[in-house]
Write a protein that binds this ligand. Structure first.
Ligand SMILES: [Zn+2]
Length: 112
């Protein structure tokens, strides 16, 4: 059931699903629809056969294969952090006061 987006969550911290990113060239996200038999193209650890994709299941696919999300994650296709900007901003370290009465100073790491 879809939750009312305006209803407060029981616990806003509680979710099993992180933000998921797929950046591998040639891979896309799909959703299995219907009861036609389709299989994940990877065998999960501990299993000895390919497992079925279920109706409504999200998966990733390339021209060669389809993978359920857990298998895609094991393959290293999924990422859970947004891509960092290429030119990161220059960072400064804040040096705390060494002794009582000292003031904070900004330390440029390049000057050290
Ligand atoms: Zn799988």
């Amino acid at each position: 059931m879809i939750r009312d987006p305006n209803a407060p969550l029981p616990d806003p911290e509680e979710t099993l699903v992180p933000r998921v990113f797929l950046r591998e060239p040639g891979w896309k996200v799909g959703m299995k629809v219907g009861s036609e038999r389709e299989f994940c193209h990877a065998i999960a650890p501990g299993d000895d056969a390919y497992h079925r994709l279920s109706d409504g299941e999200l998966f990733v696919y390339s021209p060669e294969e389809k993978l359920c999300l857990p298998c895609a994650e094991r393959r290293g296709l999924l990422h859970f952090e947004p891509k960092r900007l290429r030119n990161s901003m220059q960072t400064f370290e804040m040096g705390g006061p060494a002794q009582a009465g000292d003031t904070f100073k900004i330390v440029d790491p390049d000057d050290e």
